[in-house]
Write a protein of this length. Structure first.
Length: 250
């Protein structure tokens, strides 16, 4: 594996996974991806998924787990991750009804306590943001507040959402160097839709993000495309090829 691995967030292929999870994993491995970030197990048990991933030589980069399960079912979540061979739990989203200032304080406390428990099992707990946690300034945002709650809370930065609200992803990666094992790589369309697009076809300076990766301790670049204008498999294939080309130039 390269120094910083290249993986895929399987949410990008959610429809394909619903139809044929294991077949989709085979196609992802065939493209060349070294790992996957899970967004559910599609009715398989952890042991079955691990066996399949091992057979395909795909690493488990992390697993997106709802905040409700992190808060109320952490012991079972940890058991599942151990069975999967996964070392990172990621809180992927806060529902709209949990986004007041008091909610963010509560979430920060939940993450702090859960991170300590995860550490006892050699697991990292990460927080994945969208746009609603981002204020005008880095240190005035809810995301900053959550990450500053405790140094054991890891960041999963998403360069699309940071770019969307006018933040520099590199600045965040520098600020939280050593605490950003996974970075979601996305690109943003130049038109008024501002949709996620195939890497290299939008307006986000991805090469600048890659240059910062090693210094910030990034372990995995994870390709994600929320919505695809074209066949999703073809989209993630082109994104992979673009990213590999950029890596070879570094």
């Amino acid at each position: 594996m390269n120094e910083i691995g290249v993986g895929l967030q399987l949410y990008t292929l959610r429809n394909e996974c619903e139809k044929n999870f294991f077949g989709t994993l085979e196609r992802v491995a065939g493209i060349g991806y070294e790992g996957v970030e899970l967004a559910g197990l599609y009715n398989y048990n952890p042991e079955e998924v691990k066996e399949k991933l091992d057979a395909l030589d795909l690493a488990v980069i992390g697993h997106h787990i709802p905040i409700e399960r992190i808060e109320n079912d952490l012991d079972e979540v940890i058991k599942e991750q151990v069975a999967l061979g996964n070392s990172r739990i990621v809180c992927p989203w806060l529902p709209p009804e949990r986004r007041t200032s008091e909610d963010f304080k509560e979430v920060a406390n939940i993450m702090k306590k859960a991170a300590a428990i995860c550490a006892e099992h050699n697991l990292e707990l990460c927080y994945h943001h969208h746009d609603f946690e981002l204020g005008r300034n880095l240190d005035g945002s809810e995301l900053y507040y959550i990450l500053k709650a405790d140094e054991s809370i890891q960041a999963e930065f998403d360069i699309y959402w940071l770019n969307m609200v006018g933040h520099d992803p590199v600045e965040w990666m520098k600020k939280f160097a050593g605490r950003t094992p996974i970075v979601h790589l996305k690109d943003r369309s130049d038109d008024e839709r501002e949709e996620t697009v195939i890497l290299g076809t939008g307006n986000i300076p991805i090469d600048e993000v890659l240059e910062q990766g090693k210094e910030s301790g990034v372990k995995w670049w994870v390709v994600e495309q929320d919505n695809c204008d074209y066949d999703p498999i073809e989209s993630v294939t082109q994104s992979y090829q673009y990213l590999r080309k950029l890596q070879l130039q570094k």
